[in-house]
Each structure stands twice: as C-alpha cells, then as structure tokens.
Ligand binder design. Structure first.
Ligand SMILES: O=P(O)(O)OC[C@H]1O[C@H](O)[C@H](O)[C@@H](O)[C@@H]1O
Length: 477
C-alpha cells in the first residue's frame, strides 16, 4: 500500500519503496493529469542524494513519457523547493521530488506538488492514494529512458540559476555583499549544497563548507538539522571565527543555525528572530502562521505589534493555506520549514539562509545580540522535543490512552486550552504547553514541550512517558 504522510509518501527502500510502486505512483499521477485535461503542461521531476534516488526518478519519468506526458528531469540532484519553483515557473501539472527528507538513510520517498508548485491538499492526496493503489502493474505504460530522451518527451536541465535569481530578487543583495559575512555551512551530505553555495558566493560571503560530498548514508547521521546531529558544526563554530553557522536537511528545505559562539538555534527561535526582524527592522506589517508544535512566542510578538498569529496542524500544506488566508509575512514549523510572503508556498532553507544573511547585514548586529534583544523584550521560552519509539502493535492503544490523560497528571498549573485536532495538546496559564502526536513521517511518537520554566520541561516529558509505559505494560502483561 502507498500511503501519503505529513510530507508525501515515504517508505523503506526495497520493502515498500520499490520500482513497481514508484511506477504505480507515477501512473496514478499521470492518469489524474490526463483526466484533468492537463496533459500538455507536463511534469517536473527532481531527486536528492539518497540511495538510488536518480534511478527511481528516471523510472518515474519513463512512466510519464509512456503516457505521452512531457517531463523536465532536473539534474543533477536538487533541493525540494527548486522542484516547486520550476513546477510553478513552467506551469507544469505536477512536481515530484524523490527524497525522504530527514528520514534515516534506509528510506526513500516522493514529495508531490500540484500545479503552481502548491502543496497537495488532503483531498488531493487521498484521491490519489485510492487510484494509485488500484493500478495493476500490467496497466502501467512506459517508454524507455533512451527513447524518451531522443523523442524529447524527457528533457534534462538544471534550473539552479533561475531559482537563485528568484531568491536574490527578494533580498537586499548589495547590503549583504558589503558585509562580507563569515559563514560555516553544513549541508548534511544533502542537496541544499549546490543552490545555497551559489547564493553564498553571489552574496560575497566568506564561506567554509563541511559534509558536502554525496553520501547516501549521511555520514551515519539522520539528515535532520538537530542539536544532536550538528555537533561538528557547533564545535567548529565555537573554535573558529564565523558569524553564522548554517545547516540544511537532506533535501534542502529545512534549516537550523548556530550562532557565532557555537550555540544551536532551533527553528522556533529562527522563526521568532525573522518575524521580529521583519516587524522591528524592516518595518513590515503582517500576521504570522505557525503549526501546533511551534513556539507561542510568535503569538506574543504578533500581538505586541498589533498583528495575529494563526495556528495550524503539522504539515506545510496547512502553513501554505494559512498564509494565503491571512496574508501573513512569515510561516513556519518547529521542524525547520520556513517561507515568506511573495515566495513559494513551500518551505525553503535556501531562502531562509538568505534572509538571515540580510538580517545580519541590515541590523549590523551579531546573532547573539539579536537573540538577547528579543529575550529582553519578550522573555525566554525553552523548547524540547522527545521522540518516543513504540511497538507498532501498541499504536492504537497508545492513541486511546493519550486522550484520557488528565492535564494535572503532567503539569500543575491552571489549564487554559485543550486541543485534539492534531494529537493532544495541553496549554497552561503560565505559557507552558505540551503536545503529544504521532509523527506522519516516521514511526515515532513526538512529545513536545515549551515553557518559560526550563526546569519543568524534562519532568513533563517524563510524566507523559511514565503514563504511557505503565498503561502499555498493564495492557501487555
Ligand atoms: O512530525 P511529522 O509528522 O513527522 O512532520 C515533521 C515534518 O515532516 C515533513 O518535513 C513535513 O513536510 C513537515 O511539514 C513536517 O513538519
């Protein structure tokens, strides 16, 4: 079975992520495009540095060609936002990126975007799921890669230049160039590298880069830019003389940064820094959109400037929807996805890095000073995410327990809000909140806590784990 999760379809290579299923997926998309009368618009396909991603993307291209649908195959490997960009620019009917983003190396996947480079809604993906899973292998049409190239049904091109030009059109490039910012960049063996390096060179930044070779094992790490995976970048930032450390995830759509002293700055803080920069320094006006698992400090900043912060379920498609509805300046998620008004309605680490450079140039402040300025005005929030590994058989049972947990069993303060629209979220009077939800991309239960009281965070997480484990134990004597 092919199932769409929070960010497209992901599966273990050789188990469910197979050539047959990739072809079935492509045939399903091709049939939908034909039914919608959009055959003439063609499709865009890109791939990241994962094991066999290029081969899988070629097998998908053969299926579209077999259905007489033209394919732009982006080559070499590209970050996901570049696929969205070309899909929009070329008015293609759909865009497919072969990537499993931040998942471990044994996974591959397909991120799927619609016409206009827009994220697919749940209605679109559930219809696609139904048709894809009903396609018999013998109904799949394909034309060999060689023949498709010679008949120009498949064309290969890199659109990195056009993509970078688009990003640069949104930045004050002259200001950044004058500042000669010293950057240390870790693409985590992923595909952020070509695009971001081009931008960094264009901005005349002084760049040193690590982990830029192709390694489908991602150096033994998960290609997610977290505090535990970025230890080398942090150590080098501490030792060296750099202004900004940047890390992008496996497919270059999510970002984390390290300050000049080697401190990890997570996506929550990046979002607050950028929103503050837009409002306070660029004097822009506008709302902000975040997901249910992202810092509430954004709400406070929004209100203090007379704007609003909107909360959405996890998944960038919801952020995109929210940005359209509320005309927000900024949208993002604690997992590292960020976009701004006027850019693609998809997360983009390359653009996020560019805005951070512009901010350093514009404010002439160090990252640490900006962080301190925000803390002095709005106070500090501490955030922790714990990924709990559960036995697959216990999933349903755990789901039923979580909804029965009482707020006071986790944290003793007056409960303000209780939400169940994406996992279970408790929000207390003092600004502390806890969200427990199953990941839609990995077999993990995410326990996320934010609080102005750092010392409370571990005990809240521990309380949730103890409740789950005691009940699971009783259920499995
Ligand atoms: O918590 P999860 O369901 O695993 O989702 C974590 C992240 O996964 C993908 O990268 C999605 O594109 C993001 O929108 C989401 O925030």
């Amino acid at each position: 079975m092919i199932r769409f999760g929070t960010g497209g379809w992901r599966d273990i290579i050789g188990e469910n992520f197979t050539f047959d299923n990739v072809r079935r997926f492509s045939q399903g998309v091709a049939e939908q495009i034909i039914q919608q009368g959009k055959k003439g618009q063609g499709v865009v396909i890109g791939y990241d540095n994962r094991f066999m991603a290029e081969e899988f993307s070629k097998s998908a291209a053969e299926v579209f060609a077999g259905n007489n649908i033209k394919v732009i195959l982006l080559t070499p490997s590209v970050p996901t936002p570049l696929v969205n960009f070309v899909t929009k620019e070329k008015n293609a009917a759909a865009g497919l990126t072969f990537t499993a983003s931040h998942n471990p190396h044994i996974y591959n996947g397909i991120k799927y975007v619609c016409e206009g480079g827009l994220p697919a809604t749940e209605e679109v993906t559930s219809n696609l799921e139904k048709s894809i899973n009903n396609i018999p292998i013998e109904d799949i049409k394909k034309l060999s890669y060689k023949k498709s190239l010679s008949t120009k049904l498949i064309t290969r091109r890199s659109y990195t230049d056009e993509f970078i030009n688009f990003i640069e059109s949104q930045l004050d490039m002259d200001l950044i160039k004058e500042s000669s910012i010293k950057v240390l960049y870790d693409p985590m063996f992923g595909t952020g590298v070509n695009a971001l390096l081009t931008l960094l060179v264009d901005t005349r930044s002084n760049v040193k880069i690590i982990h830029d070779e192709v390694d489908p094992l991602f150096g033994g790490r998960v290609p997610a830019p977290t505090e535990s995976t970025l230890w080398r970048l942090m150590a080098m930032m501490k030792e060296g003389d750099y202004d900004l450390g940047i890390a992008t995830d496996g497919d270059g759509d999510r970002i984390a940064i390290i300050d000049e002293e080697g401190n990890y700055v997570d996506a929550n803080e990046i979002l607050t820094i950028l929103y503050y920069y837009f409002l306070e320094y660029k004097k822009e006006k506008g709302n902000v959109v975040r997901n249910i698992s992202t810092t509430h400090l954004l709400d406070e900043i929004a209100v203090s400037y007379g704007h609003q912060c909107y909360e959405k379920p996890v998944g960038f498609k919801h952020i995109a929807e929210g940005m359209l509805e509320t005309k927000a300046i900024l949208g993002g998620e604690s997992s590292g996805g960020i976009t701004i008004r006027g850019h693609l309605l998809e997360k983009d680490a390359i653009l996020s890095a560019g805005i951070l450079l512009e901010m350093l140039a514009h404010t002439k402040m160090s990252l640490r000073t900006i962080r301190e300025e925000i803390v002095s005005k709005f106070g500090k929030r501490f955030f922790k995410e714990y990924s709990y590994t559960y036995e697959a058989d216990d999933k349903e049972f755990i789901e039923s327990i979580i909804t029965k947990v009482k707020a006071e069993e986790i944290y003793k303060d007056e409960l303000l809000n209780y939400k169940t629209y994406d996992g279970v979220k408790w929000e207390w009077q003092d600004g502390t909140w806890c969200l427990v939800r199953f990941s839609g991309t990995e077999p993990l239960l995410r326990i996320m806590v934010e609080s102005p009281r750092k010392q409370e965070i571990d005990s809240i997480i521990q309380n949730v784990i103890s409740i789950i484990e005691n009940k699971v134990l009783l259920n499995n004597p």
